[in-house]
Design a protein around this ligand. Structure first.
Ligand SMILES: [Zn+2]
Length: 652
């Protein structure tokens, strides 16, 4: 099993390389990511290459048994390239060129940039194609912003619009251009969204376009690397819940997804768990963590040094959710540059006395011993949550700020499920759903015809579907539907919604069918019952008389609608009731302890992680083998702060 570090040898004197490699070997580091951002060292002048330093450091690592992942350096074009082609610098929304001096300073549709990118990638790919030490490639670094608003991007956008809408009549209708005299009579009139208050349909298309051109640029790189060495894997370091690219599309041509995990604080553990599950869901397979936080980050007024045990805890959470390898960012804290306040496994002093080094060495010795036992096993989930980029973007409307925090709306349900030790898959609205006992769709504005049929079929055949508020309010162009809400699926839910309200700053009470009282938050759909039964009702002012949450029997299944934001206890109770047959009965644990399972053949690995800096207690109703300590465990067990257990069970 691989355990790795992100190493920037170009930041250190050559004499230091063998010292670093020795320290790595002693800590069990057996894979090293190299050459990210190193373009100015690999091609110091136009068409002049220097790979000698990289060969030299790779040789030093090879002698210590370390494999290498090489990066294409395209996230940081060098100054000579910018001087020759200043148009490579992206034009920002405010009309200013992004200046040279940070990173990601390139327009992703620029043809000159394609030319130089292809050339350096081909050179690297040819040089290392027969080198078995290089096991794989990372393309670029953290694709994403800035979006570019230059004339080349505008032309590309117009071309993209023509392919999508075919005729100007379609475009004008889809975008609702009758509003504010926005009708276009020629394709080259269509602008880029550089002013506020453009309409949501235009905004959604531009977001789709930006995602598509990023995918094109990424696919160009993949094609070159695959052609040179088909046996080496190709991946990219995704960014978890980053909202600005359709990650399903970006992931398609990669062999597997890897991602950069910076959880920062213990209270972010559900957020981090969800991000792992999103990453696993992109290709429905296990993933790598290519940058794992090892301690404090970037600014010392924002982040803190991880307490001893925390880095190890976060590492095991990666494995628990389907990671096949973890690579730490970064090997050694750099004394200069933008990230000089960012910790490494080694601190600036370069000694092996840091907390992170000691912990990496502990993880190294554990993971090489026990990792092969669960390597290749899968996270099998009985529950899925729909996660969809059109829905993320439709919620942005016409400004740079979303109306709702999409991950937060998911987390209301996700926390309740995870607290019961139930695994969760992340799916697209059109994925096959029949294998799931329950499917949840928070903040699903857009319901396409395909998604409508998929959800209907799923519930008819016995599935449990749970929707959050504002379900089905928009069409695929991000225009509001003209039917009674919740739109296409109101028969499924057995309800109608004629009225709603923004609850920010308001106090509205909700009472559930067991008499529990809650304060509703964020938003309220005021539900009129048709065939459905209420499970909670509004209990304040003019909201009284409307249902707040409902259940309806449809075919062999049930459809729930939760029409407002509610405190966590509501979701905890709902999930406990609805998913009770799925709850692991043999292990009892408090909320601060995460339980996640991986499976393979008839083996089950149960990861138990104490996300608290205080001791905790669990109860094991049967005997298990614990892999890390190699002990048999049963009954009452005390967990130390941040303690991790991996229980193995034969048979399900
Ligand atoms: Zn551009």
């Amino acid at each position: 099993m691989y355990l790795g570090v992100d190493y920037y040898p170009e930041h250190w004197e050559k004499e230091r390389w063998s010292v670093d490699a020795d320290f790595m070997q002693k800590a069990g580091i057996n894979v090293v990511r190299l050459a990210e951002f190193a373009w100015s060292k690999l091609e110091p002048e136009d068409d002049v290459y220097d790979f000698d330093w990289l060969d030299e450091v790779m040789d030093i690592l090879n002698k210590r048994g370390a494999k290498v992942i090489l990066c294409t350096p395209t996230a940081a074009p060098p100054i000579w390239l910018i001087e020759k082609h200043p148009d490579v610098l992206p034009l920002l929304r405010n009309g200013q060129r992004k200046a040279f001096g940070a990173r990601r300073h390139y327009c992703i549709t620029n043809r000159d940039y394609y030319y130089y990118s292809e050339r350096i990638i081909k050179k690297l790919a040819e040089h290392y194609r027969d080198n078995p030490q290089v096991i794989g490639w990372q393309v670029d670094n953290e694709f994403g912003n800035p979006k570019c608003y230059c004339s080349s991007c505008r032309k590309e956008f117009q071309h993209w619009l023509k392919l999508r809408h075919k005729t100007l009549e379609n475009l004008n209708q889809s975008w609702g251009n009758a509003f504010w005299s926005h009708d276009y009579t020629s394709w080259d009139q269509t602008p880029l969204p550089i002013v506020d208050h453009h309409n949501p349909a235009f905004d959604l298309d531009f977001r789709r376009f930006f995602s598509d051109v990023t995918v094109n640029y990424s696919n160009m790189q993949i094609k070159i690397l695959k052609k040179a060495s088909p046996e080496k894997f190709i991946t990219h370091n995704f960014m978890g819940l980053f909202p600005d690219l359709n990650y399903y599309h970006l992931a398609e041509k990669y062999d597997f997804v890897s991602w950069d995990n910076y959880p920062q604080k213990l209270e972010n553990r559900f957020h981090t768990a969800l991000a792992h599950d999103v990453m696993r869901g992109l290709k429905k397979k296990n993933f790598w963590v290519m940058e794992e936080q090892c301690s404090y980050l970037t600014r010392e007024d924002i982040t803190a040094t991880l307490s001893p045990g925390q880095m190890r805890l976060w590492t095991y959470q990666c494995y628990a959710h389907g990671a096949e390898a973890v690579v730490y960012f970064r090997w050694r804290a750099c004394s200069f540059g933008m990230e000089q306040f960012c910790s490494g496994i080694l601190q600036h002093d370069g000694t092996n006395k840091s907390i992170s080094y000691k912990e990496a060495a502990q993880i190294g010795s554990e993971i090489h011993r026990i990792g092969p036992q669960f390597e290749g096993s899968r996270v099998v989930s009985p529950v899925a949550i729909i996660y969809d980029y059109d829905n993320i973007w439709a919620n942005y409307s016409y400004q740079e700020r979303p109306m709702y925090n999409y991950p937060d709306e998911i987390l209301r349900f996700y926390k309740a499920i995870r607290k019961k030790g139930i695994n969760v898959d992340i799916v697209k609205p059109t994925d096959e759903l029949s294998k799931y006992k329950a499917v949840i769709a928070p903040l699903m504005y857009i319901v396409t015809d395909e998604a409508e049929n998929n959800i209907k079929r799923y519930v008819e055949e016995g599935g449990i579907f749970i929707a959050g508020f504002r379900f089905g309010i928009k069409d695929i162009h991000s225009n509001m539907v003209k039917s009674v809400l919740p739109g296409k699926l109101k028969k499924l839910f057995g309800i109608s919604i004629y009225t709603w309200d923004n609850l920010r700053g308001k106090k509205v009470e909700v009472k559930d069918d067991e008499g529990n009282i809650y304060q509703a938050d964020t938003f309220a759909d005021l539900i009129t019952l048709k065939e459905a039964k209420p499970i909670a009702k509004y209990n304040s002012s003019w909201y009284t008389g409307h249902a707040a949450a409902t259940v309806n029997t449809f075919g062999k299944g049930r459809a729930y609608y939760v029409g407002c934001g509610l405190p966590q206890s509501f979701y905890d109770r709902l999930i406990e009731k609805v998913l009770s047959p799925l709850i692991l009965k043999s292990i009892k644990a408090p909320d601060e302890v995460e339980i996640t399972t991986r499976e393979e053949d008839n083996k089950r690995f149960i990861f138990i992680m104490n996300f608290s800096d205080k001791p905790s207690r669990i109860f094991l109703g049967e005997e298990y083998t614990e892999l890390i300590k190699g002990k048999r465990l049963e009954g009452k067990i005390k967990l130390d702060p941040f303690e991790v257990l991996i229980l193995e069970r034969i048979g399900k």
